[in-house]
Write a protein that binds this ligand. Structure first.
Ligand SMILES: *Cc1c(COP(=O)(O)O)cnc(C)c1O
Length: 390
């Protein structure tokens, strides 16, 4: 056994967020005010976020999963309706479709961009198809020209999973503003965080109002206004809704995280470029360069470990990196690898060969804005050590 690149005490946690004093103070202020639940800080976060993205309406919720679920409901989908999505995503994308009562249909990705392939989308459209749910994988925008054209031609709904794509742009337009709904995540590993948290962007006032109601028990008035000083107000339950509201404690974190979205993006871009340079001569696959006239959100830096070229399996690589005390991730095994979807929908990994191949070779390296130059050097050193000595 050689000495690991980092000591056990300094284990580099994958996706650890940068938390700074401003949000700590803001959370403390919320706690001292006694207003912990949905209130003015959530309203401010919604306002700041929709301004940042240039959208008309923003509704904050407690996760991106909830954002996706409510968007699909607000899109008016009914049982039996089909939603086309990608197999190279987190299970929440598919689960949200199922929770909304619709049927997920997955189509394979483009192996270079790792995003849903518009040609395959079109090939899977049936009389039951009602929506397309693309994921901007790793923060790289999907081919929105092609997807929007399909949406228009077949009169479909477009719901963007922007969990990786806060900063993403495509030909001057911001991710999450192309279709009917854009769904964001502020989970601890995402580009900005609120602990748990999510948000829906839409330009339709009616849809925003419906999502707000569905996210808070189906009650017709904002609950926090009920406890204001304007006298008691009765609420009416107009739908069977959910408990998906964001708390002010979360909004308090989000307000200050969002203020630093650009410097964080720049730091991740810098790390991304350092990795590209350092790994250029290694026998591993590196992420494709961002396309011209787009902005990549640099959410994930994924390398491909092909045992035939490296002499080490992907899982072997994961274990060796962990032994070097560097945390790594897998984004993602194709959803068709999971037993639930196989049993329920009959999906087989082989039916989506590009997602299967990438899912079995991919490794995500740490790419948090929190990483110091020393952390980045440690990651580089560990990767070289593992690849060269296998
Ligand atoms: C993280 C993630 C989600 C779920 O986000 P939560 O806020 O944890 O619910 C959905 N889709 C993708 C692609 C994700 O990476």
């Amino acid at each position: 056994m050689t000495t690991p690149v980092r000591s056990k005490e300094k284990f580099l946690v994958f996706g650890s967020p940068a938390i700074e004093n401003a949000e700590i103070q803001e959370v403390v202020a919320s706690m001292k005010s006694g207003w912990l639940g949905t209130g003015p800080k959530v309203a401010q976060f919604e306002n700041d976020f929709k301004t940042y993205k240039g959208a008309k309406y923003a509704v904050a919720v407690n996760s991106c999963t909830a954002a996706l679920h409510l968007s699909i409901l607000a899109a008016g989908l009914k049982p039996g309706d089909e939603v086309i999505t990608t197999p190279l995503t987190f299970c929440a994308t598919v689960n949200a479709i199922i929770h909304a009562g619709a049927t997920p249909v997955v189509v394979d990705i483009d192996p270079l961009t790792m995003n849903i392939d518009p040609k395959q989308v079109e090939a899977k459209i049936t009389s039951k198809t009602r929506a397309i749910l693309p994921v901007h994988f790793a923060g790289r925008p999907c081919n929105m020209d092609a997807l929007c054209e399909i949406v228009e031609r077949y009169k479909l709904k477009l719901i963007e999973d922007c969990a990786h794509a806060i900063e993403t742009e495509y030909k001057g337009r911001k991710a999450g503003t192309f279709g009917d709904f854009g769904c964001f995540s502020f989970y601890v590993t995402k580009n900005i965080v609120t602990g748990e948290g999510g948000l829906v962007l839409t330009n339709c006032e009616e849809d925003a109002a419906r999502i707000k109601i569905l996210g808070l028990h189906g009650m017709s008035k904002d609950a926090w206004k009920r406890f204001g000083d304007e006298g008691y107000k009765h609420y009416q339950v107009v739908e069977c809704g959910f408990k998906y509201n964001m708390m002010d404690l979360q909004g308090a974190i989000g307000i200050h995280q969002l203020e630093r979205v650009e410097p964080y993006w720049q730091r991740r871009q810098e790390i991304w470029q350092k990795y590209n340079q350092a790994f250029a001569n290694l026998p591993i696959g590196l992420p494709a360069e961002p396309e011209p006239d787009t902005r990549h959100a640099y959410h994930l830096y994924t390398v491909m470990v092909d045992e035939a070229k490296t002499g080490i399996s992907r899982d072997g690589f994961l274990n060796r990196m962990t032994a070097e005390n560097i945390g790594v991730g897998v984004h993602y095994l194709s959803v068709a690898e999971h037993p639930y979807y196989q049993q329920t929908f009959g999906w087989k990994p082989e039916d989506y060969p590009n997602a299967m191949g990438i899912g079995r070779q991919t490794v995500s390296l740490p790419l948090s804005a929190k990483l110091t130059d020393e952390d980045v050097e440690d990651v580089i050193w560990a990767v070289k050590k593992v690849i060269k000595h296998s």
